[in-house]
Design a protein. Structure first.
Length: 248
């Protein structure tokens, strides 16, 4: 064993430990250029992530073991006072259950992201996180200079909930192992995600994979008039943000 009684010995020991460590992470999706990948993280149970993503980024969350739960919150990167509004995300599309084509709307009626693809079908927009999950989101937010008051209700991915005929909210658990959900980012966002149990399903979670890559030509297939109006609102805001010239 390497002695750690001297600086040189401690350094050698630390480097040996680092060399022996193996860090597993998500695989690059088929057909995606590795050079286009901006983020690739495996988030363990009880962990969290915070990343800033540009417009035109495609984000894939994956549930490798069929046991994870991802509590997701988004804020507009350059204007963090504009953030995910779960109530409008449910109300405007007339649908509480996430699936392909579903927008994630801000409190200004703009589309922060849209669900492009989903192989899980087990998500929840109704319950919010557990106390531990909210604490993890607060920790993730602090790394971006945000405070707890900046974090509103979140969405849970991979552990679902449904409204029963009698009005009760019931857990639907996880989907299959290897399930994924993809988002396309419409405006630059700060993405916060916490890997924690669901309020209606306190089973321990498994690893959560997060990978994001540049995909500026990817588009959602949603022709609903409510969605088109929200997209038009978003594009107008983006165009205005690019025009920083002050009139004479």
């Amino acid at each position: 064993m390497t002695s750690t009684q001297s600086t040189e010995g401690a350094r050698a020991h630390a480097r040996a430990q680092a060399a022996a460590a193996t860090t597993a992470g998500p695989e690059t999706p088929t057909g995606v250029d590795p050079a286009a990948v901006a983020v690739a993280q495996r988030i363990p149970p009880g962990g969290y992530a915070n990343v800033v993503l540009g417009r035109g980024t495609r984000v894939r969350f994956a549930d490798p073991s069929g046991t994870t739960c991802a509590h997701l919150f988004l804020l507009r990167a350059e204007s963090p006072w504009e953030r995910l509004n779960v109530a409008d995300t449910v109300k405007v599309p007339w649908q509480a259950y996430l699936s392909a084509g579903h927008p994630l709307l801000s409190d200004q009626g703009r589309v922060l992201a849209t669900v492009l693809a989903d192989t899980s079908g087990h998500h929840d927009t109704l319950c919010g996180p557990t106390t531990d999950g909210r604490h993890q989101l607060h920790l993730a937010a602090a790394k971006q200079g945000l405070e707890p008051r900046d974090i509103g209700p979140s969405i849970a991915l991979f552990r679902g909930a449904r409204v029963a005929p009698n009005g009760a909210i019931e857990s639907t658990g996880n989907g299959h192992a290897g399930a994924t959900i993809d988002l396309i980012i419409h405006l630059p966002v700060t993405l916060l995600v916490a890997n924690a149990p669901h309020p209606l399903d306190d089973r321990p979670t498994g690893d959560l994979d997060l990978i994001a890559w540049s995909a500026p030509t990817d588009r959602a297939t949603n022709d609903d008039p409510e969605y088109r109006r929200a997209v038009d609102n978003t594009e107008s805001a983006w165009t205005a943000a690019l025009n920083t010239e002050v009139p004479a």
